[in-house]
Design a protein around this ligand. Structure first.
Ligand code: FUB
Length: 327
């Protein structure tokens, strides 16, 4: 009896010491065994996803969370790029862009987005400016979605002194760029205040005044997309962040608030969404802090789940899952 108890205690001790890595876990969904495909990148911490659909692939651009587990703020020096043809298998490409590629910037590879125009790829990034106080937005250009990307403009597109609505110096972050059906490009960005402006045909200069949009509890992370004849402005709402959205029939508004799209992301105070449609299926891409034991607000992980529209164009609340997208 003594021996049985000893063996049992030893077994419990060994079992409780095993670290379960996400890729080893099989989930059950609707009674079926499935692989846990979320987060989609498990060997590095990634945040602020921005996806681009180009030809027959999706390119995922993300910031690299490099903070050690005893460091409670962002440590981000570079951006990463992955690609997929099926939303399940993701291929990593060599690091395409770093803060040091912007000679005028000093740190902080924060949220960014790549868009394509006439065969060129424009990567709009958030960084800390080296000589003008605060965050700034720059743009790097490439002939390929995987780089190399070059800061051909050689200076910031937007700096903190160009916006005066807030006293904070991190209100010029999180660019999202959208080209309307008539060819006019727009950039939206902001923290606590949502700004937007037209971009010139060259995509590297503003074309006209900076305007603001009033949105309930706007925190940051605006993302513009279009579905049928509706424009959608989704954004991080409150803090810790949920994702909310507004809809409009025009890129210039008025924007009608439609409520919460995604609830708090597990173990992360930010949520940062990207919305795309690929091969006819809408996807919601976001980050959480789910990789154990060290994942969290500064060691985040990109996840993908399906997005569904209602017949009136509104979006259904996202259901975040462990299984993510299955083949
Ligand atoms: O990754 C740094 C910052 O955290 C981003 O710029 C915000 O959107 C938030 O996700």
């Amino acid at each position: 009896m003594k021996n049985i108890l000893l063996t049992l205690s030893l077994f419990i001790l060994i079992a409780s010491c095993k670290t379960i890595k996400p890729e080893e876990v099989t989930a059950f969904a609707n009674g079926k065994a499935v692989q846990n495909n979320n987060p989609i990148i498990k060997d590095k911490y990634t945040g602020d996803p921005a996806a681009l659909v180009y030809k027959d692939k999706v390119y995922l651009y993300a910031g690299h969370d490099e903070a050690p587990n005893d460091f409670n703020f962002y440590k981000m020096n570079e951006w990463l790029v992955y690609s997929t043809s099926d939303m399940v298998n993701w291929q990593e490409h060599p690091v395409p862009l770093k803060v040091t590629d912007f000679a005028w910037a000093k740190s902080d590879a924060w949220a960014a987005q790549v868009i394509e125009r006439k065969g060129k790829f424009y990567w709009y990034v958030t960084v800390s400016h080296g000589t003008i106080n605060g965050k700034a937005i720059g743009v790097a250009v490439s002939d390929s979605p995987t780089g190399p990307f070059i800061d051909t403009f050689g200076k910031a597109l937007i700096t903190n002194d160009m916006t005066t609505q807030t006293k904070i110096d991190w209100d010029d972050i999180d660019p999202t760029v959208f080209i309307d059906d008539d060819g006019q490009a727009y950039i939206f960005w902001g923290n606590t205040v949502c700004h937007y402006a037209k971009l010139k045909e060259n995509m590297t200069e503003l074309d006209g005044p900076i305007q603001t949009i009033s949105l309930p509890n706007f925190t940051e992370a605006p993302w513009i997309h279009k579905h049928n004849d509706w424009y959608y402005l989704s954004y991080a709402y409150q803090f810790p962040e949920k994702i909310a959205y507004a809809m409009s029939k025009s890129i210039n508004g008025p924007w009608e608030f439609k409520g919460i799209l995604n609830e708090l992301a597990g173990n992360s105070n930010t949520n940062h969404q990207s919305i795309i449609e690929f091969k006819g299926i809408p996807y919601f891409i976001y980050h959480n802090g789910s990789i154990q034991p060290d994942g969290g607000s500064f060691r985040r992980s990109v996840c993908v789940d399906k997005l569904y529209y209602n017949p009136d164009g509104t979006m259904k609340r996202v259901i975040m899952t462990s299984e993510g997208i299955q083949k």
